[in-house]
Design a protein around this ligand. Structure first.
Ligand SMILES: *[C@@H]1O[C@H](CO)[C@@H](O)[C@H](O)[C@H]1NC(C)=O
Ligand SMILES: *[C@@H]1O[C@H](CO)[C@@H](O)[C@H](O)[C@H]1NC(C)=O
Ligand SMILES: *[C@@H]1O[C@H](CO)[C@@H](O)[C@H](O)[C@H]1NC(C)=O
Ligand SMILES: *[C@@H]1O[C@H](CO)[C@@H](O)[C@H](O)[C@H]1NC(C)=O
Ligand SMILES: *[C@@H]1O[C@H](CO)[C@@H](O)[C@H](O)[C@H]1NC(C)=O
Length: 653
């Protein structure tokens, strides 16, 4: 047996060949719910295949070497992230290559954790053979509440039973049986200990491996339950204590003080694993592996001009470039209970953007994402919704971006532009200047495009997509990566493009840009749990640093400084998209090109980095973004958006 530590729990991995008499995946085949130990037994039944390991490492290594813009920066970030971001991922990949793991699962966790230590939600490694194939749940999500004395404690969420009954109607009885029918009475209980230790030990252990955000405080917040406006509903986020993308934990013992109780009691609750919504049905190890572990359609890229490329991969019409975090858990959507949901959105509400009047003077825009069903309708909705709030008398605005992981880059700049109106900070560009890596393979792609390999402008590297600082787009024959700008970052020589202006205006906007500011930006409060990333950060950073908007993080640990957003990037992409660029440019045989992935994997990439506002020669990515206010959560307002907005309005305006 080997023991490795992941998340808050030590995981014991059975060595594959030892005692496996019957097929380890057959036990969970055809089951919707399983014990985490049985899921682990299935995962660890695949002995290490060195061909697959080497392939994964080569793809990740070469993607990091050429395409991910932050690789050298992340070797050691500056303050205030110096303690948080210090990962030499290339060195760690070499170490993993030289380590003997018994199983594919163990090797996967090593690669996944090395990439996660970049603390960059744009740049993650997922292998859907394991990640989110089964999702591990507890019916007791936790929240961090402040009492009337101002004392902060961890609690089981007051809404825990309500949410769990809604989301797990087919499993709640199993949990009830495990806790002697006491599940409902646990809702709201104070948590004195988790597995015998101070709850903060579990919060910190999770923050240490959670990845995705630079600031530790933001990673602490991910442990707890929260909400998000999604396309068709209000979503409940269980938090990383009650939802794991791998079957890491089998059970947890909580020492709780129930409401009005005088004596603490221990309660042990099992985790249960639910099959992922995209996991292919299987009956045994062979069918599990065949259906879930090998490269699938879309794992690798395509030559866009090759006649048998799937038609949806042949890009037509305008591109709307994306900057978005990669979800921690794939395809999970629990619903925020009806009684907690905001009521009566105003006209103009569309998809992830919903508008409410909170009182006579305060309008609210709930914005769960910068991606929506239709790009044009989304931008139109922002204009209509905010105009309607103004007409209804709103002179101040709350923008709720809880768990907004980004989306369309130009939607972020559009929102900045229409709120702040035309001025030097929004015209001719409302966004950040950016740069991308200009390593030799990237330069060769541009050269190939200039040679004629991308006549329909399908490729990101096509010069005509980008403009120089003079605000003019490059011509189709300009190699915008030549000459590369040499920089020394953490003692390593790297190459970047010249500084690019923002490409959004006017093409990425609608025709109807209002002549006047819709709101006084200093009367705008941007509110979240700190988990606002990517295009959400592009919006928040420009609004806060250029326009003086207020920023509020709700429910962070008392006496800590909270960052109001993180993971800025500039533009995000993936290995598969970069592979399409390489293949379309005819450069797949280049020795620097990553090979095709053999496994069902996904590698995210930060492709462009936005330059900062306070320090314009450095990426915004590792600059300070302290929130104006860390607003405590009480049991009366937790996970009730309308009540939170009222508390924000009372505190910041
Ligand atoms: C390892 O994976 C490769 C690629 O899928 C496969 O061809 C090979 O048979 C596997 N090796 C073993 C020992 O299963
Ligand atoms: C990553 O790629 C570089 C360049 O091809 C190579 O020198 C290095 O050994 C590779 N690292 C690993 C871990 O494969
Ligand atoms: C706790 O006590 C308060 C005040 O007596 C009461 O309103 C509340 O219902 C009690 N809660 C429970 C769960 O018994
Ligand atoms: C972009 O760079 C130019 C030239 O250095 C500078 O004048 C401009 O303010 C920058 N724009 C932003 C949004 O930082
Ligand atoms: C571009 O064309 C030139 C001239 O034919 C050739 O030398 C060069 O190798 C080509 N580059 C690429 C990347 O296709």
């Amino acid at each position: 047996m080997r023991s490795i530590t992941v998340g808050a729990t030590a995981v014991v991995l059975a060595v594959a060949s030892a005692t496996v008499a019957q097929d380890a995946c057959a036990t969970i085949g055809g089951q919707k719910w399983a014990a985490p130990a049985d899921v682990r037994a299935c995962y660890t039944s695949f002995a290490l295949n060195t061909t697959l390991r080497d392939n994964i490492i080569e793809v990740v290594n070469k993607t990091m070497l050429t395409f991910h813009a932050s690789t050298n920066y992340q070797v050691q970030a500056p303050e205030p992230y110096a303690d948080d971001v210090h990962e030499d991922v290339l060195a760690d990949l070499a170490k993993i290559q030289a380590t003997e793991y018994a199983t594919d699962y163990e090797a996967h966790i090593a690669v996944q954790q090395a990439v996660a230590r970049l603390q960059d939600g744009h740049c993650v490694w997922r292998n859907y053979c394991f990640d989110s194939a089964f999702v591990n749940y507890l019916p007791t999500p936790l929240v961090l509440l402040t009492d009337s004395e101002g004392v902060q404690n961890v609690h089981i969420a007051p809404e825990a039973f309500s949410v769990a009954s809604l989301e797990f109607p087919d499993q709640i009885d199993v949990w009830q049986e495990a806790v002697g029918g006491e599940l409902e009475a646990l809702s709201g209980a104070q948590v004195l200990a988790i597995n015998g230790a101070d709850p903060w030990e579990a919060v910190e252990a999770n923050a240490a491996v959670a990845g995705s955000y630079q600031a530790r405080t933001t990673r602490q917040n991910a442990f707890f339950a929260s909400y998000q406006r999604s396309a068709s509903s209000w979503t409940y986020i269980f938090g990383q204590f009650a939802q794991q993308s791998l079957p890491l934990s089998d059970e947890v013992t909580l020492t709780v003080l129930k409401e009005n109780a005088t004596e603490p009691e221990d309660v042990t609750i099992p985790y249960r694993s639910r099959i992922g919504s995209t996991t292919a049905a299987f009956t045994d190890s062979a069918s599990y592996f065949a259906g879930n572990c090998l490269a699938q359609d879309g794992t690798n890229g395509y030559d866009y001009y090759y006649s048998s490329a799937p038609s949806e991969k042949k890009i037509t019409g305008p591109k709307h470039l994306i900057n978005a975090i990669v979800d921690e858990v794939r395809d999970v959507d629990a619903v925020l209970p009806e009684e907690l949901q905001p009521q009566s959105p105003l006209d103009g509400s569309y998809d992830v953007a919903q508008y409410y009047m909170l009182d006579d003077v305060t309008g609210v825009m709930a914005l769960g994402s910068f991606s929506a069903g239709s790009y044009n309708q989304f931008l139109e909705s922002m204009l209509t919704g905010l105009t309607n709030l103004k007409s209804a008398g709103a002179t101040q605005l709350i923008v709720d971006v809880y768990n907004n992981g980004g989306g369309y880059i130009c939607a972020a700049h559009w929102l900045h532009r229409i709120i702040a109106g035309p001025k030097s900070t929004t015209e001719p560009q409302a966004g950040l200047n950016t740069t991308t890596r200009a390593q030799p393979l990237a330069r060769a792609i541009v050269e190939s495009i200039i040679n004629g390999s991308d006549p329909n402008n399908n490729l990101l590297y096509n010069p005509i997509n980008w403009r120089a600082l003079d605000n003019e787009f490059f011509t189709e024959s300009e190699n915008w990566l030549e000459p590369p700008v040499e920089k020394e970052i953490n003692g390593r020589v790297d190459y970047f493009s010249q500084t690019l202006g923002n490409e959004c205006q006017p093409e990425g906007f609608l025709n109807t840009v209002p002549e006047e500011a819709l709101f006084d930006p200093t009367k705008v409060a941007i509110v979240s749990n700190g988990r606002c990333a990517s295009s959400c950060s592009l919006f928040s950073v420009t609004m806060a640093k250029l326009e003086g908007a207020k920023t509020v993080v709700v429910g962070g640990k008392a006496d800590t400084e909270q960052q109001y957003c993180g993971i800025i990037g500039g533009q995000s992409t993936s290995f598969a998209t970069m592979d399409s660029e390489v293949k379309t440019a005819g450069l797949k045989d280049n020795e620097l090109a990553p090979p095709d992935l053999l496994v069902n994997g996904y590698q995210g990439v930060t492709w462009r980095l936005g330059y900062g506002i306070d320090k314009p020669d450095e990426p915004e990515e590792w600059q300070d973004r302290p929130a104006d206010l860390n607003l405590p959560l009480t049991k009366d307002i937790v996970n009730k958006p309308e009540a939170i907005w009222a508390a924000v309005a009372a505190s910041v305006f």
